[in-house]
Design a protein around this ligand. Sequence first.
Ligand SMILES: [Zn+2]
Length: 757
Amino acid sequence: MFRWQFTLLLLLSTLALSAAPAEEPVSLQGFSSSASQAEREWEGKFRAIPAPDNLRDYMQRLSARPHHVGSPYDKDNAEWILSHFKEWGWDAHIENFDVLFPTPKERLVEMVEPTPFKAKLEEPTVPEDPTSSQHDEQLPTYNAYSADGDVTAPLVYVNYGVPADYEQLERLGVSVKGAIIIARYGGSWRGIKPKVGAEHGAVGCLIYSDPREDGYLEGDVFPRGAFRPRDGVQRGSVMDDTLYTGDPLTPGVGATKDAKRLPLKDVQTITKIPVLPLSYADAEPLLAALKGPMAPAQWRGALPFPYHLGPGPTKVHLKVKSNWDLKTLYDVVAQIGGSDYPDEWVVRGNHHDAWVNGAEDPISGTVAELEEARAFGELLKQGWKPKRTIIYCVWDGEEPGLIGSTEWGEEHADELARKAVAYLNSDSNGRGYLYVGGSHSLEKFINGVARDIEDPEKKISVWKRSQLRRIQDASSPDERQEARERLDLRIGALGSGSDYGVFVDHLGIASLNLGYGGEDGGGIYHSIYDDFYWYTHFSDTTFVYGRALAQTAGTAVMRLADAELLPFDFSNFADTMHKYVDDLKKLLKTQQDEARELNKKIDEGVLTATADPKKAFVAPIPEEIPPYLNFAPLENATDALTESAQRYHKAVEKANANGGASLAMASLSSLNALLIQSERRLTNPKGLPGRAWYRHEIYAPGVYTGYGVKTMPAVRESIEQKKWKQADEGIAEVGRVLGSEAELINSAAAELEKITK
Ligand SMILES: [Zn+2]
């Protein structure tokens, strides 16, 4: 009942807004009408400044040489970025951290049976691609934070190597105990593969790029096309950052010179078994020689032979040894002091380190951030004064494990907890649609920004284009209707995978991750071919989407920095929390239904009667039916949240009446201070079960998905892992933080009601 009213409210406000004449824009969220007008003028000036040619020049310079952590060009880039911030009038410095970053000393993969073969483990020069020849400076192909090891064992193919794959292997009578596993990239974050493999007794792990999802099945391969060539390898970190991100030696504190460091042997985030990545050229002979059961149909890739599971007769010798040195990070941190509220910070970031030349990842995003910084420098000269302090960070050490941002966030945790309004992140950027993930209290805000950005190819707003895409892609009539009628487009929740991690997950700072993409596929991720030649031939070749990113992120920063009333909104947040609770209830119901069905089939003898007697089959044992859980604490809390959100929304509407005169007159400091704390309220200082570093009770990366988000993780993951007592405790805890959030929103509404009385 309550929810139905809420939906109607949204619908009515849709109609109200679409009825307003286009020439007479309503005031920006959080601005009185006079302030809104001034803001729109400054934003218009800002958006005219970013220039594609500059983005191109910065990219050429920053990706000219390999610039991974610890390399000379990584430091050189940081200093170049610093000098530009200074030139553009920012107060800027470099902040250093000393962190554990292993680099390879020995790498070996060879097939010893049935026929000898030695993997190349090398990406060759492509003649037309000038930087692909810089072999002396390139990091070899490897997975950082793999344990050292030297093992020889039979090979088993495990598909993506996620927990569900092992259930299927068990049915097929295949064990990985004592084996080396080979998994294809995809289906999860790469670090999950060695982690789950080791949990099942594997002694080594190979991860390869299958041409089915990363190679010729998608299109022409590089240099003829954008996709991964035979010898292309995806490097990447396998650090278990579902426990904590950042420097493995200094969890929870900044990795400064004199920080207390864990001994290497006590580090939990390094893999338990050795791991190396392979190209499909190197993986092909190993997989082709496997026998044993055929791989299930869904597991087969695009290499030209039948996929078997093993174990054997392929026997592999895998050897990995690293230099376990500390390397220095160079975070560039720059600021423009706020004129009215210097102690309220709007923080923006993108990383600058790469695995190799990294034109796409991360420089395509870095250059947008730099162009925003230049444009703000221009505005300062013209007299613009942001009300709040703007802090621009260009991070080092993202690739190994979000290290530069994590260490900075941990080092400045107390100050950030008091001052940070929001964190805005970007990373790789390309051609296509605007993608946004983040905190749902900023959903309405970022929808407003997206309505003001023009798509460079279609000349409609990037908001409109995303909406039309959603109508096109909707998988049900309900979804289609929502795409057409909901006032704001939903944003996804953040898991992990870029530098917003420490801000949202650990510090509880409202965060957004922004980027364009979807129209420029490619297969150069984390290889030597992710470079200026590839980017300027196959991605955002005219840099107009780089400009769009600068316009989007820069407009968002300005609006947050200049708003009289911080533009948080809780209606969409409450709506999303209701959805998450419904999802949890459905998840439990599905698990109960599936367990009942399985047990019934076992009783009926369905599984044994239909298994092919000539093939191995291990019958499952009956499952315990998941108990009912009491979701009432969550339901009560989300209802309270909806009520408080409506009250706040009404108070804002009243404050906006008469051109928002009361907003312009009143002191909003204490109200804004409350709003700044709203995301902090969603955290629990004790952290999530089994991983104290992760404190956000609504968003976290999944323990077994990595990048993939688990919403209300203390409840969801407990249900998935069948830990019922822990699920009950999770429900109480998430209910508690949401109740506390509702109280904060009520206090904010009360303050606002006082002002407008
Ligand atoms: Zn990146």
